[in-house]
Design a protein around this ligand. Structure first.
Ligand SMILES: Cc1cc2nc3c(=O)[nH]c(=O)nc-3n(C[C@H](O)[C@H](O)[C@H](O)COP(=O)(O)O)c2cc1C
Length: 394
């Protein structure tokens, strides 16, 4: 049966991704941890916030553009870094092209499947993401490489504590994919001919390596090799964060902040931006939804540092809500992954268009001429919705 490749919501993109991807790949994107409470609350909390629209006096022209870390973006949205291993043969390059076509900044994971040079060629506005992994020489080498490739900012993601186990079961991810593994995985893969065909056409199978972590003159580590190095690296102190920030030298975002005290330390460490994030609910389960803790963080440090949010954004209206509660912009993760799985680069463009349309409707209905005018008075905020972690009101 003919299916229009265009989809009208991110929920529909997710349904198509579920049908098209092998179970293990889909499961790795759904992710979450333990009970799945945080991953669920990230989305649910946006639905608990209401809008307070005006009936007349709307603006015919609306400006959705802004800057993030000095880089212009056509709307207040950044592609959140994710290792897009095995979703699509063009992976992060397809995402980068889609983002470039829509005037959106590309966040690239150090665990990504495509080299930063190729991604920066597809989208000049790349923010490179790193974990605290390996020794300082390795980190400096990775930063130098990203800088040479043209990355305009560094995202340091530090909110990961290796929690594992999901009540609904974790997908089996192989160490590397070779013909023997393909044969073993065949029962899970063969029912998804679209996915297999996309890779078959390129003559390549997803290799699950991390080219951005390749040491000079050495091979790219496998995903699990890279994960092992990360696990064995002693976790960073705030002095280490300040060191990283200094070594990078340019615009620097600390991703993973949920507490007011940490937000203040991020400012002290010299960060120029932070993202209120719980790693899309993949880290410590039962951490509250990011939108609940955003107002307290924005209130504490929003005049000293750019405050962004990620987690649970599935609609343009969600973007408007985050901005109304103090975010300068949001990062999106699974939303574009579903688009990529559903229809490659065009699917990511489709998602960005859905986001733009929804944001524009919200700005129109709320009677504003620009995203910068959004404020808490645009929202219906249920009692007890907002939470302050690590602040005086604790
Ligand atoms: C499959 C997957 C892989 C991810 N990989 C990374 C990563 O490599 N680096 C990183 O900083 N965050 C990573 N994240 C977290 C995202 O950048 C982002 O914080 C999260 O997806 C936001 O929540 P959302 O998916 O609800 O939009 C990953 C998330 C998912 C779902």
């Amino acid at each position: 049966m003919f299916q229009n490749p265009w989809f009208e919501t991110v929920a529909e993109a997710q349904r198509r991704a579920k049908r098209r991807l092998p179970h293990m790949v889909y499961g790795a994107l759904v992710a979450g941890s333990e009970r799945g409470r945080t991953v669920g609350d990230n989305c649910k909390a946006f639905g608990d916030l209401g809008f307070a629209p005006h009936v007349a006096g709307h603006h015919a022209e609306r400006d959705l553009s802004t800057t993030v870390l000095g880089v212009e973006t056509s709307m207040p949205m950044v592609i959140s870094p994710t290792g897009v291993q095995a979703v699509h043969p063009d992976g992060e390059v397809a995402v980068a092209r889609a983002a470039a076509n829509r005037g959106v900044i590309m966040g690239l994971s150090s665990f990504a499947s495509k080299p930063v040079e190729e991604v920066a060629e597809a989208n000049p506005n790349v923010f490179f993401q790193m974990y605290w992994s390996g020794d300082r020489d390795a980190m400096v080498q990775r930063m130098d490489r990203a800088r040479r490739a043209g990355a305009k900012a560094l995202i340091a993601t530090l909110d990961w504590s290796f929690s594992n186990g999901r009540d609904w079961g974790s997908p089996m991810i192989p160490e590397k994919i070779d013909l023997k593994t393909m044969a073993r995985l065949a029962p899970g893969v063969l029912p998804h001919p679209d996915w297999l065909w996309r890779f078959a056409k390129t003559g390549r199978i997803p290799d699950l390596t991390t080219p951005n972590l390749r040491p000079p003159g050495g091979p790219a580590p496998t995903f699990f090799g890279a994960y092992g190095e990360w696990m064995q690296t002693p976790p960073p102190t705030w002095e280490d964060v300040a060191w990283l920030r200094k070594e990078w030298g340019g615009p620097f975002m600390l991703k993973g902040v949920t507490r007011v005290d940490d937000a203040k330390r991020a400012v002290d460490a010299g960060a120029t931006a932070l993202s209120v994030s719980n790693h899309g609910g993949n880290n410590l389960d039962t951490t509250p939804a990011t939108i609940r803790v955003l107002p307290s963080v924005a209130e504490a440090v929003g005049d000293q540092i750019e405050v962004l949010l990620d987690g649970g954004v599935r609609r343009g209206g969600d973007v408007a809500k985050a901005l109304a509660l103090g975010a300068r912009a949001v990062l999106i993760g699974r939303a574009y992954l579903w688009g990529l799985a559903a229809n490659g680069q065009a699917g990511v463009e489709n998602v960005l268009d859905i986001m733009r349309g929804g944001l524009d409707s919200a700005v129109l209905g709320l009677g504003h001429a620009s995203v910068r005018e959004l404020s808490p008075s645009d929202l219906v905020i249920p009692p007890g919705f907002a939470l302050t972690l690590g602040g005086e009101e604790d």
